[in-house]
Design a protein around this ligand. Structure first.
Ligand SMILES: C[S@@+](CC[C@H](N)C(=O)[O-])C[C@H]1O[C@@H](n2cnc3c(N)ncnc32)[C@H](O)[C@@H]1O
Length: 252
């Protein structure tokens, strides 16, 4: 038997997201960010993760003794996140259903992160600027914003107009990409065939990510009032357009 569903981005795949991302070494990402925090002499232990998704990184931060706050605009992703975090802690955990282009905190924060392509989901320069401005406003005076982004090289040359297949546990996924060189937007049709009890359930979602040249990102950060550094992801080498993923470190 085969059933088929079509829903909005992340609403359908939320409960399969962790299985799909099982290849990502999140502990290495978090250790890398810890090294960035140490390098920048940040000692405070409260972190807001924007676009926290299912909360894998929030859990890792919590295990390291951080106070954690997550924000995401997908209720489905936040539900998975809440389930994960209530299993590890009875303390009050702050999860906010909000938009990273438009959020306000009464209290200033020392550390804000935004990881795993999330900023690429902002499809206009205005949205990216608005996010940077909101982040700056939410940070305390020595606050730091740490984020990754996929580069134009990644979306254009690595993903391009290609189709990838993956098998993660009982999920066969098909990733069909198409890149628009005029907008630097990559459109993805993601099809999941979930095998369970001899049946196959098929789910489809449409995703779009936009890549921004480094010069555009730095210009927007400057306009938001930040000083910044960029590294090739998971290194302390300077970032280049030829990198697949870059890591931004922005300070007030
Ligand atoms: C690729 S997932 C990354 C999730 C998580 N950061 C991780 O590392 O696994 C992108 C996330 O960005 C969220 N997102 C996209 N646009 C957003 C927005 N404007 N405001 C808040 N969250 C957003 C999605 O709901 C999704 O959870």
């Amino acid at each position: 038997m085969k059933s088929e569903e079509h829903k909005q981005t992340f609403a359908t795949i939320a409960s399969y997201y962790d299985a799909l991302m099982s290849f990502v070494d999140y502990p290495a990402w978090v250790s890398y960010i810890e090294a960035i925090l140490t390098l920048n002499k940040i000692k405070e232990k409260t972190i807001l993760d924007l676009a926290c998704g299912t909360g894998v990184c929030l859990e890792l931060w919590w295990q390291k003794g951080y106070n954690i706050i997550g924000l995401d605009n997908s209720i489905a992703m936040l539900e998975v996140c809440k389930k994960r975090l209530t299993q590890i802690s009875n303390d009050s955990i702050y999860l906010i259903n909000g938009d990273m282009r438009n959020f306000v905190f009464a209290k200033r924060l020392p550390i804000i992160t935004c990881l795993y392509d999330s900023l690429n989901y902002l499809l206009t320069e205005e949205d990216l600027l608005s996010c940077f401005q909101n982040v700056r406003e939410a940070l305390d005076n020595n606050g730091i914003f740490i984020f990754d982004m996929n580069t134009v090289h990644c979306l254009r040359d690595e993903w391009g107009n290609s189709t990838f297949h993956r098998q993660d546990a009982n999920i066969h996924s098909v990733w069909t990409n198409s890149f628009n060189p005029e907008t630097n937007i990559s459109s993805l049709t993601l099809t999941l065939n979930i095998h369970k009890n001899g049946e196959v359930k098929t789910i489809r979602e449409f995703h779009q990510e936009r890549a921004y040249p480094l010069i555009t990102i730095t210009d927007l950060l400057s306009r938001a009032g930040f000083e910044y550094n960029f590294y090739r992801h998971l290194t302390f080498n300077p970032a280049h357009e030829i990198n697949v993923r870059i890591m931004g470190v922005a300070k007030k």
